[in-house]
Design a binder for this molecule. Structure first.
Ligand code: ATP
Ligand code: MG
Ligand code: FE
Length: 332
């Protein structure tokens, strides 16, 4: 089946066409308007989605070399995310499906981040563990089947992506800072400074303490040397990244032991991080894990992951009616 997929949960407007589980196009419009505010401004995001959605869908259809009447279903992100942003994608998907008289498929954005692993080969074998790390979430998921998944650990406060973005903000780097911290970190010494690892029971995470310790660290050093941050940027970024990544990997190791699973995946925007990818690869060699790392374009928000999730729902005939509405918070 040929499926059109729409993603609009945050600040990326994206459309993708997938045919029988193969991605034919994946067009992403990133919104630059938020940069000067140091974070996503919800009202501006919805307006940008409204401007972008039609050109992005048109481009996705053209790039896939299909015609509008080939489309047999429309999949869309129902949640979680910013309500105004989700409303644009949801309304567009409903209108499009109604006009073409084809079924609608609702997709959970976090579920799609995981199913992005089924776009390319090799595809993970069930059961596997997926560390989903993004701007709003940090979860360890036990994936038993495409639609049989269980959260076995999650953050009790900030998400890993937020920890990266807030670190960047403290260091005076622009938004979104995660990729910039990564870039600086590659040039620095990860053991230059020691940031504490929080002691959180079980498989849960906490990143708010780390944020506070970075804030005090910078404040105290600046008192002695006003240029401390500028002069030590690469080492600070490398040390913070090292701590975030070791917090993630230590819990992942614990989960793998607890569930006796050696198939391990990472997903979400932070899975693009070079430090995380490197340490996962290193850990896999020591622990004898089979690991799955998504292609860069499928880490951060994109509609291809919505399309692939839509494909598996299409096979199951799992459709929704025109009365569906978006959800800012949405469980699996
Ligand atoms: P969610 O998926 O939880 O709703 P989101 O959709 O905003 O949140 P994603 O697009 O999946 O999140 O990921 C964006 C996050 O990933 C941002 O916090 C960004 O800083 C972070 N990120 C992206 N690339 C990197 C990188 N190379 N290193 C560290 N963080 C990164
Ligand atoms: Mg984004
Ligand atoms: Fe996301």
């Amino acid at each position: 089946a040929t499926i059109l997929a729409i993603e609009s949960s945050c600040d990326e407007t994206s459309a993708s066409i997938c045919k029988d589980g193969k991605i034919l196009s994946n067009i992403i419009a990133t919104q630059a308007v938020h940069e000067k505010y140091g974070g996503v401004v919800p009202e501006l995001a919805s307006r940008a989605h409204q401007q972008n959605i039609i050109p992005v869908v048109v481009e996705a259809i053209l790039a896939a070399k299909v015609s509008k009447k080939d489309i047999e279903a429309v999949a869309f992100t129902r949640g979680p995310g910013l309500l105004g942003s989700l409303l644009v994608g949801t309304s567009f998907a409903k209108g499009f499906a109604l006009a073409l008289n084809v079924p609608l498929i609702e997709i959970n954005h976090m579920h799609a981040h995981i199913l992005a692993h089924f776009i390319d080969d090799p595809k993970p074998a069930f059961p596997f563990l997926c560390l989903t790390v993004s701007g709003g979430h940090t979860q360890i998921i036990l994936v038993k089947d495409y639609f049989d998944i269980e959260i076995v650990g999650e953050t009790t406060d900030d998400a890993a992506g937020e920890a990266f973005d807030k670190t960047a903000k403290i260091l005076g780097l622009p938004y979104p800072g995660g990729p910039l911290v990564d870039k600086q970190a590659r040039l620095g010494n990860p053991h230059a400074f020691n940031f504490p690892e929080p002691q959180i029971p079980g498989l849960n995470f906490s990143f708010s303490g780390l944020k506070t310790s970075i804030l005090y660290f910078v404040r105290d050093h600046k008192k002695l040397d006003p240029d401390f941050v500028q002069n030590n940027m690469t080492d600070i970024c490398a040390s913070v990244q090292y701590r975030i990544v070791t917090i993630l990997l230590n819990k992942l190791k614990k989960a793998a032991k607890q569930y006796n699973i050696s198939h391990v995946a990472i997903a979400g925007g932070v899975s693009a991080n070079s430090g995380l990818r490197d340490l996962l690869t290193e850990t896999a060699a020591k622990e004898n894990w089979q690991i799955y790392i998504p292609a860069f374009e499928y880490c951060t928000d994109n509609a291809a992951m919505i399309a692939i999730a839509g494909y598996y729902k299409y096979i199951h005939g799992d459709f929704v009616g025109q009365d569906v509405s978006p959800l800012a918070r949405m469980d699996f």
